[in-house]
Write a protein that binds this ligand. Structure first.
Ligand code: FES
Length: 112
């Protein structure tokens, strides 16, 4: 029996309201859903399925909109429409992190 491809990438967008306005986060979520749908990546048997979900606080709480992409727990900040397109094309479709948009937690930056 053939099973569909597993979900390979999941995106969580914070709409808690502190890092950015809830309406802004919700709009970003809707835009990303449209982008995923247009590419067929929301199909159950898509070769690279992308799942997008609204989340609560991601413990960044500034420079929003904030999202995290799994696997890898890559956090992005200041995700406007242009940044979202770059993340979609480069990371979600091709697996390459968009380095200049990555949020580094304060304890991570101290170690680097
Ligand atoms: S309120 Fe969005 S990351 Fe905390």
């Amino acid at each position: 029996m053939d099973y569909p491809a597993p979900v390979v990438r999941k995106v969580f967008i914070c709409n808690n309201g502190k890092c950015t306005a809830t309406e802004t986060a919700n709009k970003l979520f809707e835009t990303l859903l449209d982008m995923i749908h247009e590419c067929g990546m929301d199909e159950y048997d898509a070769p690279t399925r992308i799942k997008c979900l609204i989340s609560g606080c991601l413990d960044v709480c500034e420079n929003g909109p904030v999202m995290v992409v799994h696997p890898g727990a890559v956090y992005y900040q200041n995700v406007d429409r242009e940044a979202l397109q770059r993340i979609f094309d480069q990371h979600l479709l091709n697996g390459e992190v968009v380095a200049d948009l990555v949020h580094h937690h304060k304890n991570q930056a101290a170690k680097e």
